[in-house]
Ligand binder design. Sequence first.
Ligand code: ATP
Ligand code: MG
Length: 555
Amino acid sequence: MSEERTLNFLEQIVEEDIANGVNGGRVHTRFPPEPNGYLHIGHAKSICLNFGLAQKYNGKTNLRFDDTNPVTEDTEYVDSIKADIQWLGFEWAQELYASDYFEQIYNFAVQLIKNGLAYVDDSTPEEIAISKGTPTEPGKGTPYRNRSIEENLDLFARMRKGEFKDGEKVLRAKVDLASPNMHMRDPIIYRIKHAHHHRTGDSWCIYPMYDFAHGQSDSIENITHSVCTLEFIPHRPLYNWFIEQLAIFPSHQYEFARLNLTYTVMSKRKLLQLVNEKYVSGWDDPRMPTISGLRRRGYTAASIRAFCERIGVQKRDNMIDVSLLEFCIREELNKTANRVMAVLDPVKLVITNYPADQVEEMTAENNPEDPNSGTRTLPFSNTLYIEREDFMEEPPKKFFRLGRGLVVRLKNAYIIKGESFEKDADGNITTIYATYFPESKSGGDTTGLNVKGTIHWVSAAHAATAEVRLYDRLFKVEDPGNEEGDFKSYINPDSLQVIKNAYIEPSLLKAKPGDRFQFLRKGYFNVDTDSTADKLVFNRTVTLKDTWAKEAKKG
Ligand code: ATP
Ligand code: MG
């Protein structure tokens, strides 16, 4: 973390608390995912924030699974969440589960009943909604509000025993039916749900609601700074009310703006739809904003942390341009990725004056940005593949690549001059013929040759083939979650382009899944886990330049 930037508002709060000796200057945060999906880049912001605060102020961070909703939760999600946090580079103090506190939370509820602060309500959800009144009118309550403590204790115990069906009864806190804050109008704190839980199995058929689990778990763990997103601001009075009434550890809740990214949906519910309805290949599809998707796409943990640091922490909702995320990985890979040559849309080039039986090993710098990256060799012969777009039949004036009579440098090799070409019956160019200048080898004599462009190539006889997957934004519109109708109708139909047979330089045959490269002039790529011994598969992590910014300027 850079030390020069000003403190964000949460760091300011923590520093004040430390200065005032609040909790003895102790800082203990938690990251509380619900294990009902994979983590996404928004969670990364929360992770960097919670773990970052603790790191900065010698504190600790718990990983707490907020697993109070048995129906949607699963151990597959628990495992992926742990793997993603570790991959991001953070270590939790303890791995904890809200479900481990079910007995304690149950006892807290009993305590509220005993103090006349909670009651069992038999009303239907509709009746409960009506009983709460409206924002302009106080609630009237239901007939069950005045049940005796004894009756409430008995009914709540029987709810736990499983004597009632789902929805037959709920436990409500008796707070304030006239409060301007609707969350304070006797919120439901327990519901009946006969469902198997991924950890507690069938031992419970009643489950605490978020508001009666989250703050209580914070308190049980002696969390000092409980950081959540802005939509929980109206829940804060209730968070405090429970802690006061139960006289338990005074954790405090603070809210920050969630991360919203352009061209991205971030809610797990929506991401789950994309997975279940097969719009993507899975949670780790490289187009997904999940941590596992970004990792597979080629993002590094450092680039994601750098992104979170750059966006900072705000108190107001905003929208971050996804190109900032792309900038962060591009910036890192520019420094670290070796340059290689790959031809994605190949056309054959024959150098007519180069001996047909000759092969030269050309020396190529691995990464000009990294003096320690060394060099490699590239076989060169009279038959090469170049990109189809690097040759033009009728080149316009400022075309600095290949055409008849035009000279261009082959990267790390010779300067050549376009001479002629052949076409097939459909009018597609099949072979380009050129001549080379023997003295012009990289570092050699180029007197009299006015070369303005350099193109990449691979030797046809030596190249390997690979599958290359080019990704684009998954959505066509900036804020797909807030458009009219189904967000899935805004999916970009061209978000994945698969090139089955690209030609890659032979040095790449040593590449392993996860390895990252710059394909010269084409972008940054990494080796996908779908690669086999016979065929490598590459993902384009990001283009070399932000092509969308250019599009936007064009209007
Ligand atoms: P979603 O709406 O995507 O399902 P959630 O809030 O229900 O997200 P949780 O698993 O409950 O997901 O979130 C764990 C933590 O991550 C919470 O503290 C939550 O505030 C935070 N978080 C979730 N989404 C974002 C986001 N987009 N930006 C910042 N923090 C987030
Ligand atoms: Mg949640």
